[in-house]
Design a protein around this ligand. Structure first.
Ligand SMILES: Nc1ncnc2c1ncn2[C@@H]1O[C@H](COP(=O)(O)OP(=O)(O)OP(=O)(O)O)[C@@H](O)[C@H]1O
Ligand SMILES: [Mg+2]
Length: 259
């Protein structure tokens, strides 16, 4: 079963954070106990998007071995009007913390991978979490590779941009296949998505170009841009087409129907 999900991409700005937040919220709304992780240590964003004012401990501290994961967990279930379902672990956004994590060596990263891997035991087996959702940095940063290694399923967010397509193709074959990861594509920011002919053409193209399962096609929505990161669409706009697409994606993941 795909219980730990890493959302990754070759290029920046492909929609990983938007997809991570809304996928985690959708899975939680389905009654699953979910924890969303900000593993984008170079440009943390979940603290701002989820409007967390302050926290004593960050994921950085957990990966440094200076605290337990329970100290990092923040219960945001009330945002979804639920109890005990939606948690986050945040990356430290201070300049000092970003510089610190960028300077880590390979040995530190290996220990951090061990701590990431142990979450399956501490959070899933011992504390009953159903899903862990990892929002990652783009490209081949160590923290992203660690997230991919620890995941059961990698969702690759990509756009139609030529350089993104080329890089994504390479990553699919050189990274995810190498780690033998179950992998699915989400094509985001699609224009002309209302034309059925255009969508069919795109699905066919994706099959030929990537040879990996296409899990979702997400149009470019002005409402998402206009919201400026202030809304969790899955919660605040449940009838919006974007929320419906996330519903379908969550159902595919829950039924392990990734083909
Ligand atoms: N389908 C969409 N329609 C309109 N805007 C979108 C869509 N998907 C993402 N965006 C917007 O694109 C911008 C980048 O999205 P997001 O931050 O989720 O990308 P990211 O992959 O996490 O970026 P980074 O690599 O910098 O972490 C945001 O302003 C977001 O609201
Ligand atoms: Mg992001």
């Amino acid at each position: 079963m795909s219980k730990i999900i890493a959302i990754h991409s070759y290029k920046g700005g492909t929609g990983k954070t938007l997809l991570s937040v809304n996928l985690a919220a959708t899975l939680a709304k389905h009654g699953n106990k979910v924890c969303l992780f900000d593993l984008d240590f170079r440009a943390p964003s979940l603290f701002a998007i989820l409007k967390v004012e302050s926290t004593e401990y960050w994921l950085n501290d957990y990966l440094n071995g200076s605290c337990d994961i329970n100290k990092v967990l923040i219960d945001l279930s009330s945002k979804l009007q639920m109890k005990d379902k939606f948690f986050v672990c945040l990356a430290n956004p201070t300049t000092e913390a970003i510089r610190d994590i960028c300077a880590k060596d390979r040995k530190w990263e290996m220990r951090a991978l061990g701590r990431l891997l142990s979450l399956r035991n501490t959070l899933m087996k011992e504390q009953g979490f159903d899903y862990l959702v990892f929002d990652t940095s783009p490209g081949l940063q160590y923290s992203s590779i660690n997230a991919i290694v620890a995941a059961d399923l990698v969702l690759v967010a990509t756009t139609g941009d030529r350089s993104d397509v080329n890089g994504t193709r390479r990553m699919l074959h050189e990274i995810y296949e190498l780690f033998e990861k179950k992998t699915g594509l989400v094509i985001n920011k699609v224009l002309d998505a209302s034309s059925k002919a255009k969508m069919d053409e795109m699905r066919d193209k994706v099959k030929v170009v990537y040879h990996f399962p296409l899990l979702a096609v997400v149009p470019c929505f002005c409402e998402i841009l206009r919201a400026e990161g202030n809304l969790i669409f899955a919660q605040d706009k449940p009838d919006h087409p974007f929320s419906k697409i996330l519903e379908d994606l969550a159902k595919k993941i829950e039924s392990d129907n990734i083909k």
